[in-house]
Design a protein around this ligand. Structure first.
Ligand SMILES: [Zn+2]
Length: 194
């Protein structure tokens, strides 16, 4: 009796694991996917991954994690990249990659802010005199009226029931009453200059 040799039955080739995965917004009613991105894999394999495609899925998940986009495993599960990567042996590398990527992105923002702050600090402050010159250039010089020395003049003013000849200066009328006493008042009716 011939010994029965156990032969491992070759597994039927199936789609590479990484080909299932995608990112994008799924419409919960129609299941349409917007902004879908995939690994681009069309390989089949008798193993879980086509050669090198575990690395491909790993980078795909890291990128999704850094961008904060939801990932879908193609068989009904959706979630953050690090949550869904738990099933793989390379899970620690995914979380590490995401953390490093986020830190790098933070650094980039920080460096950009520092650069802008330095640029701002180097910007020379325009002296006020220059601003005046620039404004004059743009809009023409501002005409400053020559100060007019206040001048008094003689006028007839009415105070109460009487009319007097007065010196009017800055709204104040100075006059002599009938008893030759000098008065200064703002309460009068201007009648006419004389
Ligand atoms: Zn693949």
């Amino acid at each position: 009796m011939a010994a029965k040799t156990r032969t491992r039955k070759p597994l039927a080739p199936r789609a590479c694991e990484c080909s299932w995965w995608y990112t994008g917004d799924v419409d919960s009613e129609t299941q349409d996917v917007y902004d879908e991105e995939r690994t681009g894999c069309t390989a089949t394999t008798t193993r879980e991954f086509a050669p090198g495609h575990d690395a491909r899925l790993k980078s795909f998940l890291i990128r999704a994690g850094i961008n904060g986009t939801e990932v879908h495993d193609g068989r009904g599960l959706s979630g953050s990249a690090d949550a869904l990567a738990v099933r793989f042996g390379f899970y620690p590398q995914v979380t590490n990659g995401i953390i490093r990527g986020l830190a790098k992105a933070d650094q980039k923002v920080f460096r950009q802010q520092a650069r802008e702050a330095r640029r701002e600090a180097r910007r020379p402050v325009t002296p006020v005199a220059d601003i005046d010159t620039q404004l004059d250039a743009a809009f023409g010089p501002v005409e400053t009226p020559e100060p007019v020395a206040p001048q008094s003049h003689r006028a007839m003013v009415r105070v109460g029931r009487w009319t007097y000849e007065a010196d009017v200066l800055d709204g104040v009328a100075t006059y002599r009453d009938r008893s030759d006493r000098v008065h200064s008042t703002r309460t009068y009716t201007y009648q006419q200059a004389i």
